[in-house]
Design a binder for this molecule. Structure first.
Ligand code: ZN
Ligand code: ZN
Ligand code: ZN
Length: 377
């Protein structure tokens, strides 16, 4: 699929944000809730296009069925909020320093209602609202409305595809840089530059895990000097046109040993098996099981120590999660990573990751960079 962001994706307009806010309020009512409270973060971006700094001053979007959307905002930030595309579909309610911001928000809330509150809302603010309205109750947004951002529309899919293509291009170019004799942080800096050169406005992570560092899935990049014979896990991504990329490939400096090649082939087969499991209606955990089964059969089950994947959208990590116990059925338009790995402590690790979307008849990848073990210098 060729992606032309300008013609295929277009810009999100005020009517898009109005529709999203209305749908969220309706979904909350259907779930028996009085409304939705949204703090700065990905949900606010999705619902309004407003991306304020997340500070100690209360900013909260209040959505309730049959009520106009209201954004409670510090007076000094109101001019910025008014510039957001979605601001045309909501009312701003300002509060000024020295006043009680929770008293400004309270009249907008059903004093006895239960609200879905965005996962990243500061405890400071939630406790402030509870103090003001002691009879209100709160549930995490992800639990209450798990599908709020999970199913992407055509324009969002075009952005995610473009972000994936940009990450693929960055991978293609990193294969040509020197690895041996340079620090992980040097290669990580190259990856960040390449993501930006290919249209990313934000780089979220650039993992370079060489040799034994690759066996730690949480390792980012350190001072270790990459040597000949090292396996190197590369895992990088960020935001392009407001949507996420996240890709992992594992490369080898020089010729691999038979065992390194075997482990890499195994992870690749597991990744393929999970991809082939994707279709509407199956539970998220089935994607995890498909990858895990391949690795367990070969005797490495204990060394696959994380979930198989996570959702992606206006952030690089979000629900739904491809993990045992997640029974959410896949729906067309969901987008998530498939990233099995094998980690051999003290030695090396392998991870292979693509972003995949669910279509009516299966999965479609947003990453097409070769998955074979690439040899670098
Ligand atoms: Zn090696
Ligand atoms: Zn990743
Ligand atoms: Zn990932």
């Amino acid at each position: 699929m060729d992606i032309d962001i300008e013609s295929d994706a277009g810009d999100f307009g005020v009517e898009d944000y109005a529709a999203r806010m209305e749908a969220a309020a309706r979904a909350a009512a259907d779930a028996g809730l009085a409304g939705v409270l949204i703090a700065p973060g990905p949900d606010l971006v999705h619902l309004t296009g407003y991306r304020p700094a997340d500070t100690e001053r209360l900013t909260v979007l209040v959505l309730a069925a049959g009520q106009e959307p209201v954004l409670v905002v510090p007076a000094l930030e109101a001019p910025d909020a008014a510039e957001a595309v979605g601001a045309g579909a909501l009312t701003l309610r300002e509060w000024t320093d020295g006043k009680n911001p929770y008293a400004a928000a309270a009249p907008l809330l059903d004093a006895g209602g239960r609200f879905a509150v965005s996962d990243n809302t500061w405890a400071l603010h939630l406790l402030g609202l509870q103090r003001e309205l002691p009879a209100t109750g709160y549930v995490p947004l992800t639990d209450a409305l798990p599908l709020l951002r999970a199913v992407k529309d055509t324009r969002e899919l075009a952005r995610l595809a473009a972000a994936g293509a940009a990450a693929d291009a960055a991978y293609g170019e990193i294969l040509r840089v020197r690895f041996a004799g340079r620090r992980e942080t040097d290669v990580a800096a190259d990856l960040a530059d390449l993501l930006r050169a290919h249209g990313h406005s934000q780089v979220d992570f650039t993992v370079v895990g060489s040799g034994p560092n690759g066996a730690n899935p949480h390792h980012e990049a350190g001072d270790r000097v990459i040597g000949h014979g090292d396996m190197v896990v590369l895992d990088f991504g960020g935001l392009a046109h407001g949507y996420g990329s996240d890709i992992s490939r594992t490369v080898h400096v020089g010729e691999p040993t038979a065992e390194e090649q075997l482990v890499h082939d195994l992870v690749r087969r597991a990744q393929q098996a999970a991809f082939e499991a994707v279709r509407p209606g199956i539970a998220c955990q089935e994607v995890d099981r498909a990858a895990r089964e391949v690795i367990a059969e070969a005797g490495y089950g204990e060394r696959f120590i994380h979930r198989t994947g996570h959702g992606i959208g206006v952030t690089t990590h979000e629900p739904p999660y491809m993990v045992e116990g997640e029974e959410q059925p896949l729906l067309p338009g969901m987008c998530f990573s498939i990233e099995p790995g094998i980690y051999l402590p003290g030695r090396f690790g392998v991870r292979i990751e693509d972003i995949v979307t669910v279509t009516e008849d299966g999965g479609r990848r947003f990453n097409h960079a070769p998955r074979e073990l690439a040899l670098v210098e």
